[in-house]
Design a protein around this ligand. Structure first.
Ligand code: C2E
Ligand code: CA
Ligand code: CA
Ligand code: CA
Length: 279
């Protein structure tokens, strides 16, 4: 029994080591990902519910890893957060998304807004406002061409600092969207203080959305709340036509999800949603 225990322990330890070693390797790779141009932004369209018109796109980070292939954010962002690498990566995302928004402007989409996700550590780092300001300037964008998506919990970690930074960004004219709305625990009072222009209903409420369900009641309440606070409401994770119809009926302003378009490389989004198709 004692031997078995020791074997069990050894097995556990060596698998821990394997995992730790893998994380360390991934971290080494991540340190070089920026300079090696391995990070890419995919874009997912945001469309108006009543008429399907595209109003912009959300930038979603991917890592084209030389051995592991295309990695999604959950496979490397936690590591980037833990190590502070999220700061230079986040700066790159803002700049890259603004560069892309410039190309869309040149193609006639002056009124689009490109949305960038922010994580909490980017607020802790004081350079955020400057990063945004200089990216807008460098790519000759109007502030409304940029939307920053923050979750309630992101904004609540060190709430005073985050609010002050968000206020400065909103004063510049940048749009603020409250992401994953309904999953956080912020009070309505705090919500009222956020200088937001948009509420994004979390996919969790959309997934099994159908008339008469609890989710339908919650979604209707969020849409009513948005009206009261003068915020646009967008639903994420819209995958089916019934979800789309129901959300439109409820008065949801905009939609995002696989039904409208998956996250895709910039060129593909341009081909499908910007450049007119040849007759
Ligand atoms: P999020 O901001 O809530 O982004 C929405 C996620 O849902 C994306 O996953 C998107 O690909 C996925 N999605 C979109 N439509 C549908 C749908 O119809 N059905 C389903 N099942 N999923 C859908 P993704 O790209 O893996 O991103 C995951 C999270 O990583 C994002 O969640 C965001 O929090 C974070 N993230 C992505 N890019 C960045 C970035 O540049 N910076 C930071 N700080 N975070 C990022
Ligand atoms: Ca988002
Ligand atoms: Ca979201
Ligand atoms: Ca979500």
């Amino acid at each position: 029994a004692k031997d078995q225990g020791r074997d069990g322990y050894c097995f556990f330890e060596s698998s821990m080591n394997a995992n730790a070693h893998e994380q360390l390797q991934l971290l080494q790779d991540l340190r070089h990902a920026l300079e090696r141009n391995e990070l890419v932004l995919y874009y997912q369209p945001k469309v108006l519910a009543p008429n399907g018109q595209t109003t912009g796109a959300e930038a979603l980070l991917r890592w084209q890893h030389p051995q592991r292939g295309l990695l999604a954010p959950d496979q490397f962002l936690p590591l980037a957060e833990k190590t502070g690498l999220i700061v230079p990566i986040g700066q790159w995302v803002i700049n890259e998304a603004c560069a892309q928004m410039r190309r869309w402007r040149v193609l006639g989409r002056e009124d689009w807004s490109v949305a960038v996700n922010l994580s909490a550590s980017q607020f802790a780092h004081s350079g955020l406002v400057e990063t945004v300001r200089s990216a807008l300037q460098r790519h000759a964008l109007e502030p409304r061409n940029l939307t920053l998506e923050v979750t309630e919990s992101t904004a609540m970690r060190d709430a005073d600092t985050s609010l002050a930074i968000l206020d400065r960004l909103a004063e510049m004219g940048v749009s603020i969207s409250i992401d994953d709305f309904g999953t956080g625990y912020s009070s309505l009072l705090y919500l009222k203080r956020l200088p937001a222009t948009e509420l994004k209903i979390d996919r969790g409420f959309i997934r099994e959305l159908e008339a008469g369900s609890d989710d339908a009641a919650i979604v209707a309440a969020i849409i009513a709340l948005g009206r009261t606070l003068n915020l646009k409401v967008i639903a994420e994770g819209v995958e089916t036509t019934p979800q789309r119809s129901f959300l439109t009926e409820l008065g949801c302003d905009s939609l995002q999800g696989y039904l409208l378009g998956r996250p895709m490389p910039a060129q593909q989004l341009t081909d499908s949603f910007v450049t007119p198709q040849p007759a």
